[in-house]
Structures are given as structure tokens and as C-alpha cells.
Design a protein around this ligand. Sequence first.
Ligand code: NDP
Ligand code: MG
Length: 404
Amino acid sequence: MRKRGQGPEGVAVLGATGSIGVNTLKVLAMHPERFRVIALTAHRQIDRLQEQCLTFRPPLAVVPEAHAAEALAEALRRAGCETEVLAGPEALSTAAADARVATVVCGIVGAAGLDSAWAAVRAGKRVLFANKEPLVMSGHLLLAEAAASGAELLPLDSEHNAIFQCLPPGRVPSEAGVRRILLTCSGGPFRDTPASHFAHVTPDEACAHPRWVMGRKISVDSATLMNKGLELIEACRLFGVKPADVEVVIHPQSVIHSLVEYVDGSVLAQLGNPDMRTPIAHALGFPERIAAGVTRLDLATIGRLEFAPPDEVRFPALRLAREAAEVGGSAPAVLNAANEVAVEAFLQGELSFAAIPAVIEAVLSAQPAVPAASLEAILAEDERARALARERIDASPKRGVKAC
Ligand code: NDP
Ligand code: MG
């Protein structure tokens, strides 16, 4: 459990080499008296992990393969750094549950982060969730587990962190006079692009987000608006609201990160420059406020904040996610699995951008929802959806566009 006032708080950064991980380490580096990095994990970017270990000197690091673990441990030892390097997916959970760790930052992308997120929750940690896919798949069970273990779940996703900041502390929205949640969405790189161009979109174009610098998978999700669809489900999971209580609003400037409307007509918003260090610092320091190193918001320079409804015809992913949220059961996990497979196929040049929602819709139609009462049931549906998506992609015409 988390202990304050007894020296620096131990932090495990899962997915340390990614966009969330690197931003988290920037914030942690500003507060050495307050936080101590206990564990860092990487998947492919072992060199980057090595640099991070030399900077933060964590007692633990995790990589996927045993031979890479040995090589990294040896290189670190030669540089006078005694980090123990563990290998394999189960070592991610070991790091998350380590007794020296009070706070776990879940920054792995996709369902690959599910087991370690569960390990952190089971171990009763303070768990900072960027990795939205485990919440979409199993958020209802994770919240129940957190209630049993004493884990504290805090959202890092900028919209959910904003909603969290606009809700009264410790109250269920339905009992606190909340009428609806307004989830803002930049619109992604193709906000004004005609659907006729979508068949020709390249991975590089899809990964070039106008406001945020993020990993490739979430960048593609932002371009299809599936990111907003996953976030709609994430909001329902985290805040116990219904899909109909969440409205998506296009807001190209990405200055308002989300809003909460109350029954008296008040609408509370959280604003800030689009920089993930703000929600990361908020959640790391909560309930206190700590510096994040971000540029201050200058509204006069921004000048104008615009809003528009989303176009669910050009961006069917949002509709598919809302429908999956309404159906419930295994549908969100199936949606997520099909999306992960389709996005990876797009990034590998195997599937067109336009075909991503078509693959997901086909999988959702072929795999009717079943109850999602256990993690095992969800994982079985996830596996089935991945196989169905793969079949569908293999049967579709090849793209022949080079991957980014
Ligand atoms: P990145 O692709 O930049 O980073 C992903 C991290 O996960 C990297 O450290 C990567 O390691 C690691 N990783 C990838 N695959 C595996 C695997 N199979 N096993 C273990 N580790 C793995 O992604 P982001 O940081 O952009 O996103 C991370 C999560 O946060 C996503 O779920 C995303 O939706 C969410 N999020 C991200 C935001 C952002 O601003 N980036 C904003 C809000 C939410 P390596 O790099 O070494 O291969
Ligand atoms: Mg977000």
C-alpha cells in the first residue's frame, strides 16, 4: 500500500520507453525528493531503456526476452548500475506488484498491458491508467477488484483526468447532480478530409496528429475516431455512467480536455495546453498539485475555441464503439480486439485506412456479445475476435503502401 511521509514514493513505469512513459519520467525527474523510480519496462526499445536506467537507477527493469535481459544487465553493471533485469510478460506483473512500489503508471499500449494492470490493482496499488484498452475490456471487473484490494484508480487519459477534476471528489456522478459528460475530441488529422480519400491514407499521414505527439496505435485510433469511441467506453467504466450520458464534441484546439454538465445548468471544464505532463502530474501528486513543466495556457494568443458535432458517417468507429458500449457484455472487448488487429494490419501496409471500421463491424456482427462476468470469459472472446479480424483482413484486397 501507498505510504506518504516515509521518504520518496516508489513508482513503477510500465511502458517507460513510450510516449506516456517518457512524459512520466520527465515529471518524476522534476520531483526527486517526492518520487523514486523502482521499475522501468520496455518492449523493443532496449537502448532507450538502458539510458533511462542509467539516469534513474531503478532497482528493477523488465524486457521481453531472457537474452536481452542478460545483455542489458551486463551493460548496466559495466556502467556501475546495479539494476536487476527481469524478462518476460509475467515480469511486468512482478514489477507492478513489487512491495517497494506504491504507484504504478500503466503506459503499455493495447491488451499487452492487461495482466500487469490487473497485477497492480490486485496488489492494492495507486494505479495511474493511460493504457485504456484493459479498462475497455475489463473495467467493470477492475473497479470491483480495486474496491476489494484497496487499489486507487486514477485516469491519465487527458479527457478522463479532466472529468475526474470536474467531478465532486468521492461521489457517484448520478448522485451528485451530474446530467452528462462532454468528451472533447480534436477531430484527428482527417477532420476535414473527404471520405473518398480514406482509401489512400498512408500510415505516416494517419500518425501525424495535429495536436498530440503519441504512439502509433493511439495516433491511428485518433485518426479513425476509435480513440474517442474507446474513451467513451472508458468514461462509462471509470465514472459509472451510461453511454447515453456521454456526448462527444469536436474541439479542434484541444484546450478544453472535457466537461461535466450539472442539473443546475453549470458546466465545469478543465483547460490546459495539450501536454500529457499535466494529467500525469495531476495524478502523480493527487490530491496535491505538483509542477509539470508545461507551458502556461495563453488564452489571448489562442483567441478562439471552436466546437462541432462529430461526423459518425465519415467516422463509423465512433458509432461502433457507442453501440458496443450499449450492448455491453463482451462487445467492448470484441471491438477493442478487432480494432487492435485492424490497426496493426494498417500500420503494416496490409489493410487500407478506410477498411479499419469495416473489419471491426464485420467482427462485431459475426461474434454476438456474451456476458463478461469473468476475466477468462473476456480473454476467450478477445482471442476469438482477433482470429476473426485476421481472417477478414486476409480475405481483403492488399494495400501495398509501405508501413511507417
Ligand atoms: P507508445 O507506443 O508510445 O508506447 C507504448 C509502450 O508500451 C512502450 O514503452 C512499448 O515498448 C511498450 N509495449 C508495446 N508493446 C508491448 C508489449 N507487447 N509488452 C510490453 N510492453 C509493450 O504508446 P503511448 O505511450 O502513446 O500509449 C500508451 C497507452 O496510453 C495506450 O493505451 C494509449 O491509448 C494511452 N494513451 C496515450 C496517450 C499519449 O499521449 N501518448 C494519451 C492518452 C492515453 P517499446 O517502445 O520499448 O517497444
Ligand atoms: Mg485521450
